[in-house]
Design a protein around this ligand. Structure first.
Ligand code: WTA
Length: 653
């Protein structure tokens, strides 16, 4: 095999391959089946989960712009909560389903068995029913990383309600937008969310959000820290007390395979975040299958995905995939550096974690603090490591491999998206030799194609570069944008006709390995979190002193990309450091701390074409501190603007 990178090729060890669910030979056969005879392949794989009424149709999908329609297992019925809990009761009632590791290591961890998970989920489902929540209704979850978050997801699924989780780092405005867009009638929150020794006032944020929502919205509050909060009688309900009073059993509701399971808002290149809709049958099959095969999960393993349930990674690989497989899954409330930089490794040693799945940004920040934090802890339980969220740079890959995996654990670099429901490109640990920095090969059923960005021609040669599209549907694919099927088609199927467009660029090497090169649209990836530059821009221009703004990403050592904002002030406004701070705080309240610009440059003018279009390519170059080759600037209305921007650039590395 050709090298493809200076960092070498790492084949699966024979011992790992021997015990793995899928080895190299099997991957080849199964992959061929999955793309050549998808009905037969997925007809078999669909049996991973329990159906109330079995499906007779498997795949019914259309990628043609104007007629996009995606259905899997469409005439089958099921219940997702029953699949994640009830069906394990015969064999696993006393097995730990969730290990909850609190923010403060002095607070004892909790082991929640499948029996307890059933009881708590049922209690919460009964509380929701008592509030009038029915099949198809939306429930917004704005919660810390506590077991109640999993109970709430599964309680919604149990009664056929659609959950929409809003990450606890989002602001009241962002929360209100999501409640309103989904027309939710219930919000579930908690008093406070402890993280890294600090507390976020979730209830107070929810109070602020609800000022902008229908007064019919009810607020269920988990008493987590027990600290005092404000209380609106008639609207707020003590969920902890209500669950204690509720009946411990609730029958599950039969739903269709294509009934929505959840909505998850995510950033795109234009407009407001869109509500990505995932449905019940196909999503669960895909989450369960990828969890088992990519991570080579076996009975008795302890699986830890460090994501927050507010992101898709938490949906698929903390809750739905692992629980559908009857796994033991860890839910961690804290952060990697609290109370010290050894926390991840301490938790791995404490709970004897076998598979560990995290993001490159976390690895890079811990790498900077030195290997001694890792070496203090016994990591001998680990069998496999995973990475997700952005390309992993080979230096971080090597550190992860050497210091965490001790050279013995395969690393699965999983490329996927909120829209895809589960892994798209990933090494299978017993089957595919890895190369640091490459997400390697497609998962079963996934047909990647590389297109020329400009001409949309399919690049047939093995070794090539272009934009990454997918030629056919897979069961975990999103079905629509909530309330806006047109936007769904325009975003993913319009630019490259007949294909699903990922928004990412990629390179394919001589061995057919895929290397993601990053987003080709106006989406940036900050610490593995997706951010639309348009969102940050509209937050900035909403400030009374801001006339205009353009936001781009720039390379950042820890975060992968940082947020670089060019800001033109209203006439007569002074560009001061105080105003810079004010704008940072403004964006935090408009969107949330994750959207705070890292660098703000005062721009007397922005480079525009004569037709008034901002030339982002130039702004990106200046932000990257790479202004030697700005390309053609002759179409600019006023070329002198660029000189000023270069002279006053903020990123002088
Ligand atoms: C990026 C997270 C390279 C990519 C699951 C994608 C990656 C976006 C990888 C989706 C990876 C995710 N290698 N890039 N292994 N994983 N990405 O929706 O740009 O939050 O389009 O889903 O993250 O981010 P999202």
């Amino acid at each position: 095999m050709s090298d493809g990178s200076v960092f070498g090729v790492y084949p699966p060890s024979p011992e790992f391959a021997e015990n793995a669910h899928v080895d190299g030979a099997r991957y080849a056969v199964m992959y061929k089946d999955s793309v050549e005879t998808p009905d037969a392949f997925w007809g078999r794989e669909g049996q991973r989960i329990d159906w109330i009424k079995p499906y007779t149709k498997v795949k019914n999908t259309n990628f043609n712009f104007g007629e996009v329609d995606i259905k899997w297992f469409e005439d089958g019925t099921l219940n997702v909560s029953a699949n994640c809990i009830d069906r394990h009761m015969i064999t696993r009632a006393d097995q730990t389903a969730i290990i909850w590791e609190p923010d403060d290591p002095k607070t004892p961890a909790r082991h929640i068995t499948y029996r307890e998970l059933l009881e708590q989920t049922c209690r919460m489902a009964n509380v929701l029913k008592a509030q009038g929540v029915k099949k198809g209704d939306r429930v917004v979850l704005y919660l810390p990383m506590i077991p109640e978050a999993a109970y709430a997801m599964l309680a919604c699924a149990r009664i056929g309600a659609i959950h929409s989780i809003v990450f606890g780092g989002f602001s009241p405005d962002a929360l209100a937008n999501r409640i309103n867009d989904s027309e939710a009638q219930v919000v579930i929150t908690a008093d406070f969310a402890p993280r890294g020794g600090k507390k976020t006032a979730l209830k107070a944020n929810t109070d602020a959000a609800l000022l902008h929502c229908s007064d019919k919205v009810k607020c269920l509050v988990v008493k987590h820290t027990g600290d005092q909060t404000t209380w609106v009688d008639g609207r707020d309900i003590d969920l902890t007390a209500a669950m204690a009073d509720a009946k411990p059993y609730c029958a599950y509701t039969e739903v269709g395979a294509e009934d929505p399971l959840f909505i998850l808002y995510t950033s795109g290149s234009t407009g407001k975040p869109k509500g990505v809709v995932h449905t019940s049958g196909g999503y669960l099959v895909y989450a369960a299958m990828t969890h088992q095969i990519t991570f080579d999960y076996h009975d008795g393993d302890v699986f830890w995905c460090t994501a927050d349930v507010g992101w898709v990674t938490g949906h698929s690989y903390i809750v739905y995939g692992p629980l559908a497989n009857g796994a033991t899954t860890i839910m961690f409330e804290g952060v990697p550096t609290f109370p010290d930089a050894g926390r991840f490794w301490e938790v791995i040693a404490k709970h004897k974690v076998t598979q560990f799945y995290t993001a490159p940004t976390a690895i890079r920040s811990l790498m900077g603090l030195g290997p001694e934090w890792v070496e203090k802890h016994d990591l001998s339980s680990l069998k496999l490591l995973g990475s997700v969220g952005e390309p992993i740079n080979p230096e971080a890959w090597n550190w992860y491999n050497t210091h965490v995996g001790k050279g013995k654990c395969p690393i699965v670099d999983t490329f996927w998206q909120t829209e895809t429901g589960g892994h798209m490109l990933t090494p299978l640990p017993g089957a595919i030799p890895t190369k640091p920095g490459s997400a390697t090969k497609p998962f079963f059923g996934v047909k990647p194609v590389v297109l020329d960005a400009a001409s949309a021609a399919v690049m047939e040669e093995t070794e090539t570069e272009g934009v990454l599209c997918i030629a056919d549907s897979w069961p975990g694919q999103m079905r629509t944008v909530w309330g806006d099927h047109e936007r769904f088609q325009e975003t993913y199927f319009q630019q490259y006709k007949g294909y699903y467009f990922t928004g990412d660029g990629c390179r394919r090497d001589a061995d057919g390995y895929y290397w993601i090169t990053g987003r080709v649209d106006d989406v940036i990836n900050v610490s593995g979190h997706r951010m639309g530059t348009a969102e940050v821009e509209s937050a900035l221009v909403a400030h009374p002193k801001v006339a205009e703004s353009a936001v781009v990403g720039y390379p950042h050592d820890i975060k992968g990309q940082g947020i670089y904002a060019y800001v033109t002030l209203m006439k007569g406004e002074e560009p001061t450091d105080a105003l810079r701070k004010e704008l940072e705080a403004w964006v935090r309240t408009e969107i949330g701390p994750i959207a705070k610009p890292d660098l703000i440059q005062w721009a007397p003018g922005l480079p525009k074409t004569r037709s008034g279009k901002i030339m982002r390519r130039i702004l990106r170059k200046i932000a990257e501190n790479d202004f030697g080759a700005l390309g053609d600037t002759s179409t600019l209305a006023d070329p002198s603007v660029v000189e000023d921007l270069i002279a006053n650039r903020m990123n002088r590395v």
